[in-house]
Write a protein that binds this ligand. Structure first.
Ligand code: ZN
Length: 105
């Protein structure tokens, strides 16, 4: 199977690579989508460039587990499922709209 599905949209390239590394350590193959575009766009703020992590469907459960750990752990930001705002890991609800992070994503 060569099917890839999006599992997470990272706020920026740095976050994407952090998660990619964590997943690869766990034996999950990760493809980054959107990163090439960021180079072509030039001097945009880091936050303006989003990178989507793609994985094989068979790795979905493991990938979600890693994402969950990442959200709870070392300073990673999370993305509001309602308004799309990026929040620091220390925020338990979205600073903009008050939504809680979606644990199912
Ligand atoms: Zn929000």
């Amino acid at each position: 199977m060569n099917e890839w599905i999006p599992v997470y949209q990272a706020a920026n390239s740095l976050e994407a690579h952090t998660l990619k590394g964590a997943m690869e350590v766990a034996g999950i193959a990760v493809l980054l989508q959107g990163e090439a575009l960021s180079g072509a766009l030039g001097e945009l703020p880091v936050n303006a460039v989003e990178v989507t992590l793609l994985i094989h469907p068979a790795d979905l459960e493991g990938a979600r587990h890693i994402l969950e750990q990442y959200r709870r752990g070392n300073g990673g930001s999370w993305r509001c499922p309602r308004c799309g705002e990026h929040n620091a890991a220390s925020f338990e609800i979205c600073w903009r709209c008050g939504q809680e992070p979606d644990p199912g994503v």
